[in-house]
Design a protein around this ligand. Structure first.
Ligand SMILES: Cc1cc2nc3c(=O)[nH]c(=O)nc-3n(C[C@H](O)[C@H](O)[C@H](O)COP(=O)(O)OP(=O)(O)OC[C@H]3O[C@@H](n4cnc5c(N)ncnc54)[C@H](O)[C@@H]3O)c2cc1C
Length: 395
């Protein structure tokens, strides 16, 4: 593909083959657009021997979108696991809330999926759909022209040209930086410690989450009976947790989840991620649009980051229908996409912060008050239903 000559201009070039970039490229290709995808790392692969590493929960809206793209079966064959329950409780008060798929009249509340599986499933479909794929390729510079963007590799070698370039290149987004789009950052001074663990009691196809002071622990059920844990902790506590030996780590985990799943009999290696909320001031500049973590990151407490990114993907590609096909990078198209998504993502960020504040405070009487509030929500079926509809992507 050459950057010279309009003959070779793609409708859409996506930078970043994470789940969000892969979904955008595939959805646009399914709509008949000429699409390319450029990824800095090697092409994603997945097999039964691939160890469980990054896990996310997909809500129903995300899975429906992936099903429309034709990747749900491939995901289910790659250890995706439907869960039917979610239990959330307060470490300091009586508050407890439980959601059940049966009660909501849905087959599942969500799915735990491995990033590696999702990215590999998307990549296979992208190959079959004839998308121009450039793994192990990094752009070095770009020119914004009135009708297209030209991207270049090292030594100014032309890589590709497109009417619209989507930055789906993750939280640090080199493309967002290059376009000079400012980002508001809120550092939680906390880390998410992640691992895969084996528990004495079955996980009951339930996502378990407990709030204890300024820590949040989540156990996400996996297909093989193990659980993927995300333990959000202030930085100094995370450093102590990471320094524990495996036995010490398992004991600490049992305590923080209130022994709900019995003894923890084995753990994988641990990893951790800094927790920082970010929100780009604009979702587009020139002919470049942002999506997924390049546009926003969110506290992982409700497992919504990837779901929001996939909602961006859906919204953006929906905007490329009809007359927009003539020029997918037109200002009007990108403005409409920003309108569709920016306030929704901002709302979710505020909701996560509200949750953290309410659960992270244990001033005299507050845990009891909070417990009462949670119990009322748990018993007030219509309110609980509304909450659930939004959280699980059912609305
Ligand atoms: C601890 C933790 C737990 C989480 N749990 C959940 C959960 O349960 N549910 C959920 O929905 N979300 C969860 N998230 C959030 C979720 O992981 C992210 O929101 C999601 O992975 C973002 O996907 P993405 O495709 O936008 O970015 P990424 O997955 O970061 O992909 C970006 C891609 O761009 C590529 N790239 C970067 N720079 C370049 C370049 N210059 N050129 C070419 N390619 C480039 C990268 O190699 C990568 O492949 C969690 C996050 C954390 C930190």
């Amino acid at each position: 593909m050459s950057a010279s000559g309009s003959r070779d201009v793609l409708d859409l070039l996506v930078v970043g083959a994470g789940a969000v970039g892969g979904a955008i490229a595939l959805a646009a290709a399914r709509q008949g657009l000429r699409v390319g995808l450029l990824e800095r790392a090697a092409a994603p692969t997945f097999s039964d021997a691939t160890p469980v590493t990054r896990v996310a929960t997909l809500n129903i809206a995300s899975m429906e979108f992936l099903a429309r793209l034709g990747v749900q079966d491939a995901l289910e064959a790659r250890r995706a696991h439907a869960f039917s329950g979610m239990a959330v409780w307060d470490g300091h008060g009586p508050g407890h809330i439980r959601f059940d798929a049966d009660e909501l009249g849905v087959p599942a509340l969500g799915w735990t999926v491995e990033h590696a599986a999702l990215e590999a499933a998307l990549w296979t479909e992208l190959e079959a759909a004839g998308v121009a794929l450039w793994p192990e390729t990094e752009w070095k510079s770009l020119d914004i022209r009135p009708d297209r963007v030209d991207l270049y590799g090292p030594q100014h070698v032309p890589l590709a040209s497109a009417r619209l370039v989507v930055a789906a290149d993750g939280a640090q987004s080199p493309l967002r930086t290059r376009m000079g789009i400012p980002v508001r950052e809120q550092d939680y001074h906390a880390r998410g410690v992640v691992a895969t663990v084996t528990t004495e009691r079955p996980h009951e196809d339930t996502a378990w989450q407990r709030f204890v002071d300024d820590q949040i622990i989540a156990f996400l059920p996996l297909a093989d009976g193990r659980s993927s844990i995300v333990w959000s902790q202030p930085e100094h506590q995370a450093a102590d947790t990471l320094a524990l030996d495996d036995a010490g780590f398992c004991r600490a985990l049992e305590a923080v989840i209130d022994h709900r799943l019995g003894t923890i009999t084995a753990t994988s290696k641990r990893a951790s991620f800094p927790l920082v909320a970010r929100h780009a001031r604009d979702y587009h500049a020139g002919r470049v649009a942002l999506a997924g973590d390049a546009a926003h990151t969110i506290h992982p407490l409700a497992g919504q980051g990837l779901n929001l990114g996939l909602a961006d993907a859906r919204a953006l590609v929906e905007r490329l229908h009809g007359p927009a096909r003539r020029d997918p990078g037109a200002e009007t198209v990108l403005r409409a996409y920003t309108r569709d998504r920016r306030s929704e993502n901002a709302f979710m960020q505020r909701a996560m912060d509200g949750f953290r504040l309410v659960f992270g405070t244990h001033a005299a009487g507050l845990p009891e008050l909070r417990g009462l509030g949670i119990r009322l929500v748990d018993q007030a079926t219509p309110l609980k239903r509304r909450l659930a509809l939004r959280a699980f992507g059912l609305d």
